[in-house]
Design a protein around this ligand. Structure first.
Ligand code: 2RA
Length: 339
């Protein structure tokens, strides 16, 4: 029967979503290990009617584990990912630690399944697969079907990113600050160094010497790797907005070949993992609340880019659940490809 699996970082927002998705999709595991830091070890988790105890993550944790889902930060992935691989485990890593390693596949199952190469054959020998960044996954779920038809030459992305991307504590801070501000109190600013409620700010990732922040450079680099196209021009501006768990992204696309908006809409309506919400009459387009806790990415505002000639430009607006399709669901879909 099924693989033995481990969830690393099980007490975090994505770790908890791993469990929800495993259950929702009836993932056929034979056994499951709940792994976390020493601080969380001993906590009890009831999952699928069974009582589990969270174990402290150690090298020995991976003995006998076929597939390990990691979402415990880059340093844990760097320390324990290779250790797990050495023990014959296939690691699906949600951190950014190995995404740009040329030996590591960076996979969105609906977009570039071919990147998995023959990993499945490697079951038992260990392997490492990287989950792309959430804002990259959500963007490319919509942009790739169009790219396959008309070849994107340039993509400009503006993101409106939810609190969940900064973790459960950031979601709690947003809620706390919202109450405090409404009660006329000073907002508590522990996770972010500025007020978040009723505000928005440039993404909290560090800013590099080229003036971009790390989140924006992930979008640039990961798109090129996933599309296997080092010539595509990508630029991004990533903003943190006071929304709980779904990212929104405005995407402008310039194509090599003409692609009119009706054809684009049909392509997206038939794209796996995508729903089109594009009702101009009632001004009904994707919203974070409508996609929260859902698997599909929603696309709307599909229109010809008036600033470009010859039907070679398109503007779209995309929303997707950051914790689900942006992290946990995508990783588990990768794991399903190993079955
Ligand atoms: C964010 N993409 O939204 C990050 C989380 N991995 O901040």
């Amino acid at each position: 029967n099924g693989p033995s699996i481990a969830v690393v970082g099980v007490t975090g927002a994505v770790g908890q979503e791993f469990l929800s998705v495993l259950s929702d999709r009836d993932f056929p595991y034979r056994s499951i290990k709940m792994l976390a830091s020493k601080r969380s070890a001993g906590r009890r988790i009831t999952f699928e009617g069974r009582n589990h105890v969270v174990e402290e993550l150690t090298a020995e944790s991976f003995d006998g584990v076929d597939i390990a889902l990691f979402s415990a930060g880059g340093s844990i992935s760097r320390e324990f990912g290779p250790v797990a691989v050495d023990r014959g485990t296939v690691v699906v890593d949600n951190s950014s630690a190995f995404r740009m390693d040329e030996k590591v596949p960076l996979v969105i199952p609906e977009v570039n399944p071919e990147a998995m190469h023959n990993i499945k054959a490697g079951m038992g020998k260990g392997a490492l697969i990287a989950n792309p960044n959430c804002s990259t996954i959500i963007c490319l779920m919509a942009a790739t079907p169009l790219h396959r038809r008309a070849k994107v030459l340039r993509m400009v992305v503006s993101t409106y990113q939810a609190a969940s991307g900064a973790g459960a504590a950031a979601m709690e801070e947003l809620e706390l600050q919202t109450r405090e501000v409404l009660e006329g109190k000073q907002p508590t600013c522990k996770i972010f160094n500025q007020q978040y409620a009723f505000n928005l700010f440039s993404h909290n990732a560090s800013v590099l010497s080229n003036g971009y922040n790390e989140e924006e450079m992930k979008m640039v680099k990961e798109t090129r790797k996933i599309w296997n196209d080092n010539d595509v021009k990508v630029t991004a501006t990533c903003i943190r907005v006071p929304v709980m768990r779904a990212h929104a992204e405005s995407v402008n696309l310039q194509f090599e070949r003409p692609l009119d908006e009706d054809t684009a809409r049909d392509i997206l309506k038939n794209a796996p993992g995508v729903v089109v919400i594009d009702d101009r009459q009632s001004n009904h387009f994707p919203t974070p609340l409508e996609v929260s806790n859902k698997d599909d990415v929603a696309v709307g505002r599909i229109r010809r880019d008036l600033s470009q000639d010859g039907n070679k430009g398109l503007d779209i607006f995309v929303c997707g659940d950051q914790i689900r399709k942006g992290a946990a669901l995508n990783a588990i879909q990768i794991a399903e490809m190993l079955l």
